[in-house]
Design a protein around this ligand. Structure first.
Ligand SMILES: O=C(O)CCC(=O)C(=O)O
Ligand SMILES: [Fe+2]
Length: 264
């Protein structure tokens, strides 16, 4: 959206932003200058803020996740098609990501629209998914049995030492968006482990298909960051994927995440 200052919002502009957010599922703002307090205040207009259960927060700001990749780091955060924190019983409704320091090239973020993806499935597939639930877990972030330990060590944003337990939640594979009423696919590549009452091996082929389907270019957009840009995505009906293609450069983003409700 153009000519909006997120630090100073009238109620009218706020309502326009809310409407655009529901219509487009991800919206972008350039050239913002937000203090951490202003960033949080914008998020709070949409709901209570989430404290990330697994990653260390920005020092002094429990409700801000600093998504950092240092110059010499190998891995970034978010280089899979995912919806944020779906291993909570009530996953966030949205995330507000603010570019603090961007590399001279690369580091774009891709977004995919999961209601468009759902609509494009065949009637037979929709019918099959209707009653299915899936198990979501943060095991992917914790590493260990998933062989991700190395990744964690080379990520610049660290895991909380006091929160190393596995968190899991069960959600419907197809959810109805609480505000738009649209149906959306709700499984992802990072956190969805398997379908409920099925093994991982049994689940993977269909999960793979669904992620490949939902991330078809037709359902996606790609954002090229500039310093001070903000992306605000509807975490109930989108995926995103952070490209790790800027080796040797530092990138720092701040994320405020707004709590959501239980997927139905
Ligand atoms: O760094 C990015 O562009 C996105 C990272 C990510 O997945 C997130 O902040 O939720
Ligand atoms: Fe993310």
């Amino acid at each position: 959206m153009l000519n909006v200052d997120l630090a100073r919002l009238s109620d009218d502009i706020f309502e326009e932003i809310h409407q655009a957010f529901l219509e487009f599922a991800v919206i972008f703002f350039r050239n913002q200058t937000l203090t951490p307090e202003q960033h949080k205040a914008f998020g709070r207009r949409f709901g209570k803020l989430n404290i990330h259960p697994t990653y260390e927060p920005l020092p002094g700001h429990e409700e801000i996740l600093a998504v950092i990749k240092e110059k010499d780091a190998m891995h970034n955060i978010g280089d899979t098609w995912h919806t944020d924190v779906t291993y909570l019983p009530e996953p966030p409704m949205g995330s507000i990501l603010y570019a603090k320091e961007i590399p001279p090239y690369g580091g774009d973020t891709l977004f995919a629209n999961l209601s468009m993806a759902y609509d494009a499935l065949s009637d037979g597939m929709k019918l099959m998914l209707e009653g299915l639930n899936a198990v979501h877990s943060n095991a992917y972030l914790l590493g260990g049995k998933h062989g991700n330990e190395d990744r964690n060590q080379t990520r610049s944003t660290k895991l909380r030492e006091d929160r190393r337990q596995e968190l899991t939640a069960v959600h419907p594979v197809v959810r109805t968006h609480p505000e738009t009423g649209r149906k959306c696919l709700f499984v992802n590549q990072a956190f969805t482990q398997r379908f409920e009452n099925m093994t991982i091996d049994e689940s993977l082929p269909l999960l793979d298909f669904l992620v490949r389907h939902a991330s078809r270019p037709e359902f996606t957009c790609r954002f090229r960051w500039t310093q001070g840009a903000v992306a605000f995505w509807d975490n109930r009906c989108t995926y995103h994927y952070a490209l790790n293609d800027y080796h040797g450069f530092r990138r720092e983003m701040h994320r405020v995440t707004v709590n959501g409700d239980r997927p139905l």
